[in-house]
Design a protein around this ligand. Structure first.
Ligand code: G4P
Length: 528
């Protein structure tokens, strides 16, 4: 329990959203509050512009920016906040899913005009798998959005989570006048293009006071009274326990670009968001307060420049103290390793660090020792669970175009898939290599990198599969029968686990019905 005060200072979280909802803008405002940056516009959007989906320079640019902003650490009041960035582009969704395994909570941005969108839904599914506490920020109130009651209902229904408004908006679009803070009972008035100043925050001890008419006019004052009565009646006070157990998500309304409603959210976030949590491992729940160090790699970032083949492994500290130059145990390789230049990410600068504590993310230079999910400890043998591979959605067969470079191609495929760029499968009973990704863009990255970094030229031919399901059975004979019978659809993942490649939902459902003894899993977690 040596490090409890360091642990309790920290909050490690990610902001997630459908592209364009305002994640980058909100990130920037939070960094401004934390003093990590001085001017607006300092955080570059890590978005790949829509028109540039097959532009390699754009991919490189994206990778360059995203490593610089992968983790942003800043101080706010007495707290140390680690904000983990997630790629906005849906083709990199798996990267986002994995990043979510390294946080203790998330802030979900929803566009008040568009409501719940495709990526919002998927990201929330991942949060739900891990019971990650969520705070919702409903953005762009300065635009004419959906009716707020309808919007809340839509979010609750679509994302299957109970909401709890913490602020309440007064109109939207041109008529947007601000928010009422239901928690500390104050009115925060909105003036477009200016940051809410202290004088814009009006304490309202009694909602019946004439002050409300004075500030909002009689129509909006009356509406706000009715709204607050209704909202208070329905929701009452927030039960923090329900937020921490991911049953209820507190909701804030605002406008990120105007830096409006953001401070209310940040103040609540630091008050209620969980500090670094204990985590499941293969042997026990690992107490975050145990003195011995442990951590896991959730992301690997390679330098695209062939002259600099270094990679950076991102490690989340889960317990104890990480120290520079101290030997730690690499569980998978059963090898003692030390790191002379570990670095931390303070805003956009990389600084070599001496030590790190639970909740912190550190960058370790890697020459090929790490793959996603690897665990470092102070000697004990276990690994962290809950870092699954998710089913890819697009599959291609790898055809070697240059037989002289077979070795390079194999090495390249293994290393790139260790980084988590894609998943590699081998046809059952054969040699055919199949790679699976969540987006087309990743195939281009793979082809490009195989050639640039390994000198291997590969052709990628589309395969008619739509999902990979890991299959298990309590009856080994049945499993064997199934794999023999369905050989054309069976492959092995890199760890030798069996997967069934389904052509369509219909096929998958049919196989499930016809083979009740076989279990189909959508993540690889079952094997951990
Ligand atoms: P993302 O990271 O979630 O993809 O979204 P990002 O912050 O880049 O925001 C997407 C667009 O929405 C940006 O406009 C941004 O300025 C705008 N935006 C963010 N918050 C608000 C808000 O509260 N109100 C309004 N009206 N707009 C908001 P853009 O035109 O795509 O880019 P830019 O040229 O303004 O940077």
């Amino acid at each position: 329990m040596k490090y409890t005060s360091e642990i309790n200072k920290r909050k490690t979280f990610a902001i997630i959203s459908h592209p364009d909802a305002g994640k980058t803008t909100l990130t920037e405002k939070l960094l401004l509050f934390g003093g990590a940056i001085q001017t607006a516009g300092a955080v570059k959007s890590n978005k790949i512009k829509k028109h540039a989906t097959s532009d390699f320079m754009e991919i490189e640019r994206q990778r360059g920016i995203s490593v610089a902003t992968s983790v942003m650490s800043f101080a706010y009041e007495e707290h140390l906040i680690n904000l983990l960035d997630t790629p906005g582009h849906k083709d990199f969704a798996e990267d986002t899913y994995r990043t979510l395994t390294a946080v203790d909570s998330v802030i979900l941005v929803v566009d008040s005009v568009n409501g719940v969108e495709e990526q919002t839904r998927r990201l929330m599914e991942v949060c739900r798998m891990r019971d990650t506490p969520v705070i919702v920020f409903i953005n762009k109130l300065d635009r004419d959005g959906k009716n707020r009651y309808d919007l809340l209902e839509e979010i609750e229904k679509e994302l299957n989570i109970q909401l709890h408004p913490m602020t309440w908006p007064i109109n939207s679009g041109k008529e947007f006048k601000g928010v009422y803070n239901l928690y500390n009972k104050s009115l925060v008035l909105f003036t477009p293009n200016t940051k809410a100043a202290d004088e814009d925050v009006v304490k309202i001890s009694d909602l019946n006071s004439d002050l409300l008419e004075e500030k909002l006019g009689s129509r909006d004052a009356e509406t706000l009274r009715e709204d607050v009565e209704l909202v208070d009646g329905v929701y009452g006070e927030l039960n923090t326990e329900n937020y921490l157990s991911a049953k209820v998500a507190p909701v804030f309304f605002g406008s990120a670009v105007n830096n409006f409603g953001v401070k209310e959210m940040l103040d609540t976030f630091v008050r209620i968001a969980p500090p670094p949590q204990s985590r499941d491992t293969s042997v026990r729940v690992l107490d975050v307060n145990q003195d011995k160090f442990s951590g896991f790699v959730f992301k690997i970032h390679a330098n695209l420049d062939p002259k600099h083949r270094d990679r950076i492994a991102f490690l989340r500290v889960c317990s104890g103290r990480f120290e520079r130059n101290k030997y730690f145990h690499h569980v998978r390789l059963d090898k003692e390793m030390r790191f002379s230049n570990p670095y931390t990410f303070l805003a956009r600068d990389k600084d070599v660090i001496e030590e790190a504590y639970p909740g912190d993310v550190i960058g370790l230079f890697d020459t090929g020792n790490f793959k996603i999910g690897d665990t470092l400890t102070e000697g004990e043998d276990f690994y962290f669970t809950g870092i699954p591979s998710f089913s890819p959605e697009i599959f291609k067969e790898v055809i070697n175009k240059d037989p002289m470079k077979t070795k390079q191609l194999e090495k390249g495929l293994l290393q790139l898939t260790d980084e988590g760029v894609a998943q590699l499968f081998t046809q059952f009973g054969g040699n055919k290599k199949i790679i699976g990704c969540v987006g087309e863009l990743q195939f281009e990255v793979i082809q490009y990198r195989l050639l640039q970094e390994y000198g291997a030229s590969a052709q990628l031919n589309s395969l008619p599969f739509y999902k990979a399901c890991w299959i298990t059975s309590n009856d080994p004979k049945k499993l064997l029968e199934f794999t023999r019978f369905k050989q054309a659809n069976i492959a092995e993942d890199k760890d030798g686990h069996l997967v069934y490649l389904a052509q369509s939902e219909w096929f998958l459902n049919t196989e499930r019905i016809n083979n009740p003894d076989i279990e189909f899993h959508f993540t690889s977690e079952i094997h951990k």
